[in-house]
Design a binder for this molecule. Sequence first.
Ligand SMILES: O=C(O)c1cc(=O)[nH]c(=O)n1[C@@H]1O[C@H](COP(=O)(O)O)[C@@H](O)[C@H]1O
Length: 281
Amino acid sequence: MSPLEPFGARLRRAMDERGPLCVGIDPHASLLAEWGLDDDVAGLERFSRTVVEAVADRVAVLKPQSAFFERFGSRGLAVLEKSVQEARAAGALVVMDAKRGDIGSTMAAYAEAFLRPGAPLFSDALTVSPYLGYGSLSPAVALARESGAGLFVLALTSNPEGGEVQHAVRADGRTVGATVLAHLAAENAGEEPLGSFGAVVGATLGDLSSYDLAVNGPLLAPGIGAQGATPADLPRVFGAAVRNVVPNVSRGVLRHGPDVRALRGAAERFAEEIRAAVAGV
Ligand SMILES: O=C(O)c1cc(=O)[nH]c(=O)n1[C@@H]1O[C@H](COP(=O)(O)O)[C@@H](O)[C@H]1O
């Protein structure tokens, strides 16, 4: 159906060429105000375009957070569509952060919305929630395989509340989070250079040595910057899996706008700190 190379291979190459940093496009109302923009569609568009202009030609991944666009209804979604297209045209991979999760038949429709090439919101990958049962994500896995897209499945999230679900121990003695990681390892088995089915694992979580992070897929690691984690934490949290980590920074970069050079400078500083932290592992 699609000429796209699998997402994992495209991501590995982008990480090798540009470094692994993912910059989030999170147009919080407070950031619009800090940037001197109105909290309206014009402000949203200016914000999003500025971030794309500043970093889409130099970072591996951009991650628009869809809620900040959905807030403005259909006109916000039009801005989101345009931002995705412009970011991809500038060479960044786009991870749509929509955290979808539903019964399988509905999940198929979410997959059509984000993972079918030619769909208005088609993105290179989508964040999804496995907490209706990992198997409920099957339609998204199937379409991603067919189209060369990827998924990032919430496994161990960066927020302090996540543990009550993700660290819960199942009847077989495994935690829920470990079970999600095991499903992803199975999904990615044998894929080279990297599978297309990633996990979201917060950089805020401290020592994760009790979890097997070797899923042969990317690990999206939010939490650096505003949530308190730093690039220097990455080796401690991820151990040998750090080579597959895509660290996300949203507010930590965005607070330097609206000046394009200042945004670029902030992204470059995070990229450099990440390079230095990972180099020793
Ligand atoms: O899936 C995500 O991207 C995500 C998962 C998670 O566990 N924690 C988390 O913070 N995120 C997202 O990552 C971004 C973090 O933003 P900052 O805290 O501003 O860097 C937000 O868009 C969150 O929605």
